[in-house]
Design a protein around this ligand. Structure first.
Ligand SMILES: [Zn+2]
Length: 269
């Protein structure tokens, strides 16, 4: 059995401010870099206990160089840095066949009150909608897993995102570690998070076959940019249209085309 893990940091237990997510502010960042590594290690250990012969970890935050590889189990393979392909936070999932995808440290979508750090890919948009629903990175990356036929079995992160995930994928196992309120976060203890992730990831991987991602026949995405000049410029992506001064829309029945749009329009610096 092969397991794929995509690891972000803004849903790591206790994390509250941007300084805690950035390498440039090491005093704030270091404790959460350590906790992120502990949580990913726990998910790996759970997957291995459930029978995963191979675990592929994709570091998926900012520089994509956050995890301390020495803190992960020895049998794990780790992808660090950005490939530059449209799979983005899911790069590597197209390499051979995976039996389950797990998400750790994920956070609520742009405009959500579920985390003071809520965003979707970057801070240049107010929100993104997919088929009329405010799109999180989890939603996007779950469809990427689904596109490659990989069930999405596990999520840890904030409570708002866990609630969404349970509606999107009824068989999923979640561990809510944080609950946002305005600019604050109430969390469980970091050691409790590690313990719960270890146990829940094991259960989740055992039941991964119940967690197929329901794929829509058609995808309609709207990116609501903060700055109208950016929206105008991005509306020249082939097939995209400017809906009003700040909204760029794109539709396809092929999820990879949505990822290609996201790569050049939503995520592009
Ligand atoms: Zn992140």
């Amino acid at each position: 059995m092969r397991v794929f893990i995509s690891a972000d940091i803004e849903g790591t237990c206790g994390i509250t401010s941007w300084a805690e997510t950035e390498r440039s502010t090491p005093m704030d960042y270091a404790p959460f870099q350590k906790q992120m590594t502990r949580e990913v290690a726990a998910a790996c250990e759970g997957a291995i206990a459930a029978g995963a012969g191979s675990v592929f970890v994709r570091d998926a935050h900012d520089s994509a160089r956050n995890l301390d590889p020495a803190g992960l189990p020895e049998s794990v393979r780790i992808m660090r840095g950005w490939t530059g392909d449209p799979l983005s936070m899911m790069s590597g999932i197209d390499q051979g066949r995976f039996d389950a995808a797990l998400f750790t440290g994920y956070h609520a979508w742009a405009s959500s009150g579920g985390s003071p750090l809520s965003h979707t890919m970057n801070l240049r948009n107010e929100y993104v909608t997919l088929n009329g629903v405010r799109m999180s990175e989890f939603m996007m990356n779950a469809y990427t897993a689904g596109y490659y036929g990989v069930p999405v079995a596990f999520l840890s992160g904030d409570k708002a995102l866990c609630g969404f995930a349970e509606e999107m994928i009824p068989g999923i196992t979640t561990v809510p570690v944080n609950e946002g309120l305005g600019g604050a976060v109430t969390s469980i203890h970091p050691a409790a998070a590690v313990k719960q992730i270890r146990e829940a990831a094991e259960r989740a991987v055992r039941h991964a076959s119940d967690c197929a991602v329901p794929m829509p026949d058609r995808f309609d995405m709207t990116v609501r940019f903060r700055e109208h000049p950016r929206a105008y410029s991005k509306s020249f992506y082939p097939g995209a249209r400017l809906e009003d001064e700040k909204n760029v829309c794109f539709s396809s029945d092929d999820w990879f085309e949505m990822l290609r749009f996201s790569h050049f329009v939503l995520s592009d610096p």
